[in-house]
Design a protein around this ligand. Sequence first.
Ligand code: HSE
Length: 396
Amino acid sequence: MVKVAILGFGVVGSGVAEVLTGQGDGLHKKADELIELKYILDVRQFPDSPFAGCFVQDFSVIENDPEVDVVVETIGGVGAALDFTERALQAGKSVVTSNKELVATHGPRLLAMAAEHQVVYLFEASVGGGIPILRPLSDCMAANDILEICGILNGTANYIFTRMVQDGIPFAQALKGAQANGYAEQNPTADVEGHDTCRKLCILSSIAFGWHLQPQQVPTKGITQITLEDAAYAAACGRRIKLLGRAIAEEDGRICAYVEPHFVSLENPLAGVEDVFNAITVKGTATGDVMFYGRGAGKLPTASAVVADVIAAARQLERASYRPWQPNRPECIVSPEELATQWYVRLAQGELTGERLTIDQGQKGESGWLTPAMTKPALEKALAGKDVLAVIRVLD
Ligand code: HSE
């Protein structure tokens, strides 16, 4: 019997408790002979919870209990979550998490610490919610060199933009819907400014390329500046706007990674990914494009990925672990400024070389344009002196 402690009883932590004990969607059936929930750590009291008897407020109870084999960290952030993760690993307990900020920032050290103590540190739920992506990328695609990762990695941002475009509701109202559904981070700035996508891209890249790509090395732009007019111009040229995380391997092995909204052609399956859904395209040397799709956030999809890792930790400790990540390689990072693509530009007035786009609801004097393929510095030169309202990269 493997005994589990959950740290944090928020959306994900409570979902893990439900699924583990059979109060969720029945996934527990594969684990119930193996796994028992012993503790839940939270500073709050939950006297009416069916798990009321499991609550503790002092992490040392879990740390010092030799019966606890697996600790599930769903606190989030890099404060207490880091401290408790290190202490759990040092106490010889495997740790499973959905905490992308912690993995993206401290992943290599925590993986090494887990290996040193002959336990595992697993984080399938940190990317893509309920989508199986990290183990397939790490194991099932192991025969490939990865050429590119391109994905919609934040359910909240995708939900907000889908609701704004389809229902015509304002940004703030769409964000409230994402929060009510349990999709958004405690501070939703990370969702809408692209930082959450950036952390997930770093985790995917570190697994795919074998060395630690750090969030501060990835230029990141979110969705807060995008308007419904931009969405109308996208529709006018057969495209949709999607916030994408992209990591491209150059022929010399350097990596170009960035997070930005893109115009995505309706012919690309990423354009049809709506609401809370995420999708990740991985291009391998042998496989070509492989696509992963599913619910990218939410209580039970995320709990599903966490509980799968708990089962993996319980069943086969060594085989479950990810390959260690080598240290960061700053010399292997290429700026996206040099990536030549088409661009969408909205001008307050004036003209531009390229294809002119027209929409019914356009403001007087404004115009939308698709430029020829060019780098960012070349675009900036072409836009010098013009009254520019919006610039969005076009996915090739
Ligand atoms: N806030 C995240 C999202 C949760 O919306 O994608 C899942 O990582």
